[in-house]
Write a new protein. Structure first.
Length: 205
């Protein structure tokens, strides 16, 4: 994963990603490699939050499906991130079903706490998400919060795109992200927490 702010840089590359996907759909293998390079880090971070050490294997399965069905995709760079995240999520759940012998990481909804607070709280939580240790902290969140945080912060999806991946309303995803970041802030010892949601997530008020 990159350092704090990776999400915003990822969104800034959506134009490049959309152009690469369009060329890849015309058979340009180099363009597909560019699309892979832009999407894979966030996708792998998301999968680590779902399947842990099996993320590389699940990502490989997902990319096989992405490559196979690329011609059916319609949309821009941001849409491609959402489409690939949906495929990866399905493959992750298939993987978990095949691994019934071990406890499945919960990905079921659970009611939780208040919204996180000030910009400093949010920025510090984002900065800590740049480490492998932070992914382990995210995995300890209530499952709906963990997956929403991974999609929004790690994959770099906007609220509506994350909601489509999860099959939820954007407001529910926004709340889950806010609550997850508040829990992370508390775990990281950030004290100045209020009820004002962070505006840097790109959500409309």
């Amino acid at each position: 994963m990159g350092r704090g702010g990776e999400t915003h840089r990822g969104r800034g590359s959506d134009g490049e990603l959309g152009a690469a996907v369009a060329r890849a759909q015309q058979g340009d293998e180099h363009a597909f490699a560019v699309a892979y390079r832009l999407v894979q880090p966030g996708l792998l971070g998301y999968l680590r939050g779902l399947v842990g050490d099996d993320a590389e294997d699940v990502a490989s399965e997902a990319w096989l499906e992405i490559a196979r069905d690329l011609g059916r995709f319609r949309g821009d760079g941001a849409g491609f991130r959402g489409w690939t995240a949906t495929i990866a999520r399905h493959r992750a759940f298939d993987h978990l079903r095949r691994q019934r012998a071990r406890p499945r990481p919960s990905v079921i909804e659970q009611d939780v706490l208040d919204l996180p607070g000030t910009h400093s709280t949010h920025d510090q939580a984002l900065e800590s998400l740049s480490t492998e240790a932070a992914l382990r902290l995210v995995a300890e969140l209530p499952p709906d919060q963990a997956e929403a945080v991974l999609l929004r912060i790690v994959v770099g999806l906007d609220g509506p795109s994350a909601a489509r991946v999860l099959g939820k309303r954007p407001g529910a995803v926004r709340t889950a992200v806010h609550r997850g970041l508040k829990r992370l802030a508390r775990r990281l010892g950030v004290d100045d927490v209020t009820d004002e949601p962070p505006r840097t997530l790109g959500e409309s008020r």
